[in-house]
Design a protein around this ligand. Structure first.
Ligand code: F6R
Length: 612
C-alpha cells in the first residue's frame, strides 16, 4: 500500500523517482507526487490525481523538474479521498519539512488537535500531513537535528509508517524512519536510493539495507547513517538481492498477470527443488528438529486473501498426510480473537510480501504466546521473514500484478513439501509413498505448461460470458479450496460478483440465487467426490444454471452435464489444485481483458496491504 521512493545523488532526481514509482505503481495508484530539491533552493512539489502517467505528463517525464535530491510517492488512499490535495508529498506551513508516508497514524486526530492548539493549519484530510507537521513542531521546539525531531515525533505517533522527509536546512539530505511498513535503502556509485520495495531500485543496486522497526536513517549522497530511537548511531548489515532486474519487467507480455501466470512452472519448480535433497523432500534446513516436528499436536495456518486460500488447501493436505489437526485462520481474526492455544502448536504464516499488517500482527501474537512460528514468504528480508522463528522462502521472484498467481502456486508447493516432510518424520508416510508424492510434484511444472498451451478455448469462453452479473464456483474438498481462489481472482480483476461454495452448502440458501443463465463453475478433480458434486451441478442446472466443468482428462462424462468443460492433466489428488487453479486464473484474466479493465491494477486494491 502506497509506494515510496527517494534519491540523493548526482543525476537529476525527478526522472529516477518517476522510474522508481513506475515499478511501485502496483502498491497504489490513485494519485502520485514528487518533491525535488536543487541545492539550497526551495523544493519543488508536483502532484497529480490519478495514475502516475498524469504526473509524468505534468512534469514532462521529470525533465521540467531540476534537482538531484528528492522523494516520491504513489498513493493508496486511507485518510481522505483520492485528490491532488491529499496526494503526497505534504509539507509544513512554511515548507520547512516535506515528506511522504506509507502506513496509518492511528492517533492522528489527537495529534492534529495538539498541533492546531499550537497554531498549525491543515489543508488536507491526511494523517501524513499531521505526521509531517508534528516533526516540524518538534524540530522548532527543541532546535535540535532532524534525527532529534523525528525521534520525538515517533515517540508520540501510534500506528505504522514508512516516513521519508526532507528538511529545508539540510538540502543535501533525506531522512527516513520506519515502523511496520516496508522500506529499503541502497547505495551505488556515490548515490543513495530509498524505496518501499525492491523492484524500484533493482536497476541501480542489488545491495540493500533493511531498516528495522523504530529505526531511522540519514541519507546523504552515497552514504547512509542509521540511528535507533535514542538517536544513537547503529550498524545495519547490507543484504544482496538475488532477483534480476528483468524479472520485474513485462518481457513482451501485455500484462504482468499473464507473464506471471506463465512463470508458474518455473516458480513451482524452483520452490520444489529448494526443498529436495538427495531425491527426498528434506526441510531440515528450516531449523525445525525432527523431535519438535514429532511433538506438534496442532498446526495453525494464518494468512490473508489468496494466501489464506493456500491455507485452506493446506489444511486438507497436511491433515491427510501428517495426521496433525490443522486450523486455518484469517489473520485479521486470529490477531484479535481469544484462542486457547495449545503450546505444542506450530503457527504457519503465509505471505507473499511478508509485510501484510494483519499477518505480521498474527505472527507477533503467536510469538508472544511462545508458539513456534514458520513463515512461508516470498520477499527476502521482509518483516515476516525476519520475525518468524523459521522461514520457508518461496522462489517465485518479484510479483508485480496485484492479483497473485505465481506466488500463490509456489505457496501451495511449499505447503505440499511441509506435508510430505512432516508426514515422513512422524512416520505417517512410508518412504515409498513419499517418493510417489514427490514424483507427482515433480511433474506439476510441465503439467502447468500443458494447460498454458491450450488457453484459447478459455479465452473464447470468457469473452462469451464476460457480461455475467453473478458467477458461482462450487467444489468439494481441495476443489472447494480451488474455487475460493478462482472466485477471488475473478471478482478482484473483472469486478463481476462471484462466490465460492462448498458444493454441498448450495442448497442451504444460495441456490435461491440461481436463475436462468447464471454461470456456475464446478471444479471436479477429487475422484472420490466427483459424483457428489455432479449431483449438485444437476440441481443447479435444473434451476436454469449455465454450467462450466473443470476436471481431469478422462472424466469425459462431465460433458453430459456441463455446457462447457475444460480439462487439466491427472495427478495425485492432493496436488490437483495446483493444476485446477491455472484455468481459473486464465478465466479471470480473460474476463478482465474482455471487459476492457486494467488487469494489473484493479480499482481500490494494492499489492501489499500494510495497513489494517
Ligand atoms: C489476491 C491477493 C491478495 C493477497 C493478500 C495477502 O490476488 O493477492 O488477496 O493474497 O493480500 O498478501 P500477502 O501474501 O502479501 O500477505
Amino acid at each position: 500500500m502506497c509506494g515510496i521512493v527517494g534519491f540523493n545523488g548526482h543525476h537529476e532526481a525527478a526522472e529516477i523517482l518517476l522510474d522508481g514509482l513506475t515499478k511501485l505503481e502496483y502498491r497504489g495508484y490513485d494519485s502520485a507526487g514528487i518533491a525535488v530539491r536543487d541545492g539550497s533552493k526551495d523544493a519543488k512539489i508536483i502532484k497529480a490525481k490519478g495514475r502516475l502517467d498524469h504526473l509524468k505528463e505534468k512534469t514532462d517525464n521529470g525533465r521540467s523538474v531540476a534537482g538531484t535530491c528528492g522523494i516520491g510517492h504513489t498513493r493508496w488512499a486511507t485518510h481522505g479521498e483520492p485528490s491532488e490535495n491529499n496526494a503526497h508529498p505534504h509539507c509544513s506551513d512554511d515548507g520547512n519539512v516535506i515528506g511522504v508516508h506509507n502506513g496509518i497514524i492511528e492517533n492522528y486526530q489527537e495529534l492534529k488537535e495538539k498541533l492546531v492548539r499550537n497554531g498549525y493549519r491543515f489543508y488536507s484530510e491526511t494523517d501524513t500531513e499531521v505526521a509531517i507537521k508534528l516533526v516540524d513542531y518538534y524540530y522548532k521546539k527543541y532546535l535540535g537535528t532532524p534525527v532529534d525531531a523525528i525521534n520525538h515525533a515517533l515517540v508520540r505517533i501510534r500506528g505504522s509508517y514508512a516516513l521519508e522527509l526532507m528538511f529545508k536546512e539540510y538540502p543535501e539530505e533525506i531522512y527516513v524512519a520506519r515502523k511496520d511498513s516496508p522500506m529499503i535503502l541502497g547505495v551505488a556509485d556515490g548515490e543513495s536510493f530509498v524505496a518501499s520495495d525492491v523492484p524500484a531500485i533493482l536497476k541501480h543496486t542489488r545491495t540493500v539495507y533493511y531498516i528495522g522497526n523504530l529505526q531511522m536513517a540519514r541519507v546523504g549522497k552515497g552514504e547512509i547513517t542509521f540511528y535507533n530511537l535514542d538517536g544513537d548511531e547503529i550498524e545495519i548489515e547490507p543484504k544482496t538481492i538475488e532477483w534480476d532486474a528483468e524479472a520485474a519487467e513485462k518481457s513482451g507480455y501485455e500484462h504482468f498477470m499473464m507473464k506471471e501466470i506463465h512463470e508458474q512452472p518455473k516458480a513451482v519448480a524452483d520452490t520444489l527443488h529448494s526443498a529436495v535433497k538427495d531425491g527426498k523432500v528434506d526441510l531440515s534446513e528450516l531449523g525445525l528438529t525432527e523431535e519438535r516436528i514429532r511433538d506438534f499436536q496442532q498446526i495453525y495456518i494464518v494468512a490473508c486473501g489468496s494466501a489464506y486460500h493456500v491455507g485452506v488447501a493446506a489444511q486438507y493436505t497436511i491433515e491427510d498426510l501428517t495426521d496433525i489437526p490443522v486450523r486455518v485462520e484469517l489473520a485479521s481474526e486470529f490477531r484479535y480473537r481469544h484462542i486457547p492455544l495449545n503450546e505444542k502448536s506450530l503457527v504457519i504464516v503465509i505471505s507473499q510480501s511478508g509485510e501484510t499488517a494483519d499477518s505480521l500482527a498474527a505472527l507477533r501474537k503467536a510469538k508472544e504466546k511462545n508458539l513456534t512460528t514458520l513463515g512461508i514468504v516470498n520477499v527476502v528480508g521482509s518483516s515476516i521473514a525476519r520475525e518468524a522463528d523459521h522461514v520457508f522462502y518461496t522462489l517465485a521472484g518479484p510479483e508485480i500484478a496485484v492479483a497473485t498467481t505465481k506466488a500463490y502456486s509456489s505457496q501451495l508447493i511449499a505447503t505440499d513439501c511441509i506435508a510430505i516432510y512432516f508426514g515422513s518424520v512422524r512416520g505417517v508416510l512410508s518412504d515409498d509413498r513419499c517418493a510417489e508424492l514427490l514424483d507427482a510434484l515433480e511433474k506439476i511444472p510441465q503439467q502447468i505448461e500443458k494447460i498454458l498451451e491450450d488457453k484459447e478455448r478459455l479465452q473464447w469462453f470468457a469473452a462469451k460470458q464476460s457480461n455475467a452479473h453473478d458467477v458461482f464456483f462450487i467444489g468439494r474438498g481441495l476443489d472447494y479450496a480451488a474455487t475460493l481462489e478462482g472466485s477471488l481472482k475473478l471478482k478482484e480483476i473483472s469486478y463481476v460478483h462471484s462466490e465460492a461454495y462448498a458444493a454441498g452448502e448450495l442448497k442451504h440458501g444460495t441456490i435461491s440465487l440461481i436463475e436462468d443463465g447464471t454461470l456456475v463453475i464446478s471444479v471436479l478433480t477429487q475422484k472420490r467426490l466427483i459424483e457428489k458434486t455432479v449431483s449438485n451441478m444437476v440441481e443447479v442446472k435444473s434451476r436454469g444454471a449455465y454450467l462450466m466443468g473443470l476436471t481431469t482428462y478422462g472424466n469425459y462424462d462431465i460433458e453430459d452435464v456441463a455446457d462447457f468443460t475444460t480439462y487439466v492433466p491427472d495427478t495425485d489428488p492432493h496436488f490437483a489444485i495446483s493444476l485446477a487453479v491455472v484455468p481459473l486464473q486464465l478465466l479471470a484474466y480473460y474476463f478482465s481483458v474482455s471487459r476492457g479493465l486494467d488487469v494489473d491494477k484493479p480499482r481500490n486494491l494494492a499489492k501489499s496491504v500494510t495497513v489494517e
